[in-house]
Design a protein around this ligand. Structure first.
Ligand code: GLN
Length: 203
């Protein structure tokens, strides 16, 4: 391969630029994990930063607080973004992306056709580390005041399960997980999202 061809090759697969919504919650652990995997990370604090990125992670935290901090304009801009660009929501982020939110009912972005029940494990098992299956491979999963996916629409692919529960799902360019992949020792879930971002670019 000539040097020129090599350069052109590199230009075809530029480093993906991934935003992490950094209004609240554990956004920094996602930043570290994405950087380890070679992505360029933008901590998104203002709606206009959504225009600069190829994909977005909405981290865990408190979904009702996210809604307050986003405000109407931020919510509308985010809703537009998730329709066109790859987005991955973990825990509170998954709640924000869902079509229906229960316990209590709250607005969702409707980006993925699932029903989700907040704080579904009860207070006794507030947080836990359990082993689930991500694409059939045993994977450590950290659950913190986690929701449960109560309904999976016909267009939704189940990527991961824990016991009988779906815990990571995908519909088109949107991924959601009820656990915290940024807090476990494995990178497979973040890698799957980066693959989704690069595949979307080649469409
Ligand atoms: N319990 C939180 C909520 O309902 C989610 C918890 C988390 O993101 N770790 O939004």
């Amino acid at each position: 391969m000539t040097d020129l061809a090599r350069t052109e090759n590199l230009q075809e697969t530029p480093t993906p630029r991934i935003g992490v919504l950094a209004l609240q919650g554990d956004f920094d652990a996602h930043r570290r994990r994405l950087e380890e995997l070679g992505a360029e990370v933008v901590l998104v604090k203002k709606p206009e930063q959504l225009d600069e990125i190829d994909g977005l992670i909405i981290p865990g935290g408190e979904s009702s607080t996210f809604l307050k901090l986003l405000g109407e304009a931020g919510f509308a801009k985010l809703k537009e973004f998730v329709r066109v660009k790859p987005t991955f929501g973990t825990c509170a982020g998954a709640i924000l992306l869902a079509k229906e939110v229960q316990n209590p009912t709250q607005s969702g972005l409707g980006a993925i056709d699932i029903g989700i029940r907040r704080n579904a494990y009860g207070r006794q098992i507030d947080s836990s580390i359990r082993e689930g299956l991500f694409r059939g491979i045993p994977t450590e999963m950290v659950f913190i005041r986690a929701p449960k996916i109560s309904r999976v629409g016909p267009q939704v692919e189940v990527l991961a399960t824990e016991g009988h529960d779906p815990v990571a799902v995908r519909q088109g360019k949107v991924m959601a997980a009820t656990f915290h992949p940024e807090l476990s020792g494995e990178s497979s879930v973040h890698q799957a999202f980066l693959d989704l971002v690069s595949n979307g670019k080649h469409e």
